[in-house]
Design a protein around this ligand. Sequence first.
Ligand code: FAD
Ligand code: SAM
Length: 656
Amino acid sequence: MTEPLDWRDGQPWSRRYGDVYFSREGGLGQARHVFLAGNRLAERFAALPPHGHFTIGETGFGTGLSFLTAWQLFEQVAPSSAQLDVLSTERYPLEAGQLIAALAPWPELADPAAALCAQMIALPPGWHRCVLAGGRVRLTLLLGDARETLPEVTTTVDAWFLDGFSPARNPDMWSDTLLAQVARLSRPGTTYATWASSGVVRRGLGAVGFTVSRSPGFGSKWEMVRGEFAGSPASASGAPWLRRAPALPDARDAIVIGGGLAGTAAAASLAARGLAVTLLDRRSSLATEASGNDQGVLYIKPSAHGTALTDLSLSGLAFTRRELARRLLADGRAWSDCGVLALAHDLADADRQAALATLGWPTAFLRAVDAAEASALAGLALSSGGLFYGTAGWAHPPAVCTAFADHAGITTRFGANVDVIVRDADGRWRVTTSDGATVDAAVVVVAGGLDSGRLPPLAHLPLKAIRGQITGLPATPASIRLATVLCGESYVAPARQGRHWLGATFGIGDTDTGRRPADDLANIADLRALAPALVAALGDDVSDATRHAGRAGIRCVTPDYLPIVGTVADAHAFRDRFAALARDATTTFDTDAPWLDGLLVTTGHGSRGLVTAPIAGELIASLVTGEPLPLPERLVQALGAARFLARSLKRRRPVA
Ligand SMILES: Cc1cc2nc3c(=O)[nH]c(=O)nc-3n(C[C@H](O)[C@H](O)[C@H](O)COP(=O)(O)OP(=O)(O)OC[C@H]3O[C@@H](n4cnc5c(N)ncnc54)[C@H](O)[C@@H]3O)c2cc1C
Ligand SMILES: C[S@@+](CC[C@H](N)C(=O)[O-])C[C@H]1O[C@@H](n2cnc3c(N)ncnc32)[C@H](O)[C@@H]1O
């Protein structure tokens, strides 16, 4: 739903709250006076050391003006190797067109505003990581009520922009609950500034541990409020295995094992933070195993009930889409944002689709379509409607991997089959390849798909293989009219370089990558059920096995079908330390898990690596550097690498 705005003298005014987004006397001047000067950002940015890092928290993103103003100042005065993270909450996001109109009055912000608006396309609910300024500035937008999203943040903010309409119009944004979260995410010395100066704001901030100083306000406003956190920092809570190893903010180098989607994405995110990355793969080029298909679909199957997989899929799809647009031309070779049409394949699926369509997500992201509209979108006759994911599409995974690995900070070595990973006495990790060569670094990220579990420190991960084969059929003049991806129980994509790719088979536990004609026939049978009109358009080649192409690969899945992303624990020490769980699963512990500091994993991306691996790469890099994470805490915990160790102890199964 479009957020209802009035435009008064060219400036947005919220009909929902009956309030202005920024001062009528000049939004840019207000942001500079209140938020930048109020937090002393010019001097603090300038004083950052090389590779320094600064985190801003904001309680109302609105038009993005305050964010853009901070970004502009950062680029002007911070050292060129320093990085900025901004976490901003927003319950009622504006659409890209509204943002463009609201920011139009400031030509000096035109370039960053255009870069921001290009990323604000049809965002579904949840957390959204936007990478800007070539990777130097990251915006993490927490869409939802700040009282619910801030408790999911685990980071320390350096400066707060408190801005959520006036306390009289929007008391929720100044409630004790919300200010307690602001305090929880602060450390001694964290500053805040706000134009709101009423007694309720001053008392609320003082009550949660902030100093409160009044200073002259912007324009005709008499005063504003600013101050510092003077309370005690919050301590970590929750089961130790749900937490993670301490970050390594001083790490300057990393080894990534695996040149598929997971490894190249992690390498890209680490390199963007200034780490020197050595990317190792046993093969002779990138993307030769699961990530080697000609076409993969950017497809998700969310639930209306907000599962961890749904949250990951929504954040992941939108992130991948932004990264593809940033790194690759949508030229029909590397990727296409042609949309994905999900056709209901049975009654339960139709019910699931109907429930999703009522959630009020942006229609440009997802909308229900009937058979007539579905046929118009697809360019060929379909007998039923479904859900249309307007920002999704397909990608050529090898092009995605190549784009991720294309960074001056990444050195790629092929033919490097890693057998051994050990930590030396000085704390550095050393990996040895089958030919005896060694490489060492502060951090190792294992992204070896199913074979991640062959490396001894990761042997406890319960990874399972699901073989899959896709089939390529020659396009015809009639079939190239297919304009969107079609998905049901199987999928088919618009033609890429003269072929439509369809698939894929599911062979649980099967690790054979040889191509099987019977699997091509199974894929074609599925296509007949999904899109008979396309089969007719493809003509006689459908039945001519000599015209079929195909490729098999192994998906790596986990027992809960969520990827494994995060820091790795020492399995044996874990079993010893938490043995009491086997007797009583409710036992609590005050010790930390035995983390292998600096060893991380990203695998188990199953059938959706295009959607999950890029955001997982961001998560890996943020865990290493200790910056704000791109995903909510409960989701980070759900992806954690130690979850299976704890589960198997609780179920009294032996840990490998
Ligand atoms: C048939 C099929 C269809 C699919 N369709 C889709 C789709 O439409 N959409 C989608 O999003 N996803 C799809 N997927 C899933 C997607 O391809 C995977 O999730 C993704 O490729 C996994 O990437 P990865 O980097 O984890 O694994 P991989 O791409 O397998 O990469 C692992 C890499 O690690 C290397 N390696 C392993 N061990 C070592 C070692 N010891 N030393 C050195 N190197 C090592 C390997 O050589 C390999 O290059 C499909 C998968 C298959 C098989
Ligand atoms: C005054 S505007 C912020 C202006 C913004 N700083 C800018 O640069 O445009 C306040 C914003 O807070 C958002 N908001 C209001 N209540 C919220 C809540 N409970 N959680 C998150 N955002 C909220 C509004 O939708 C609005 O966009």
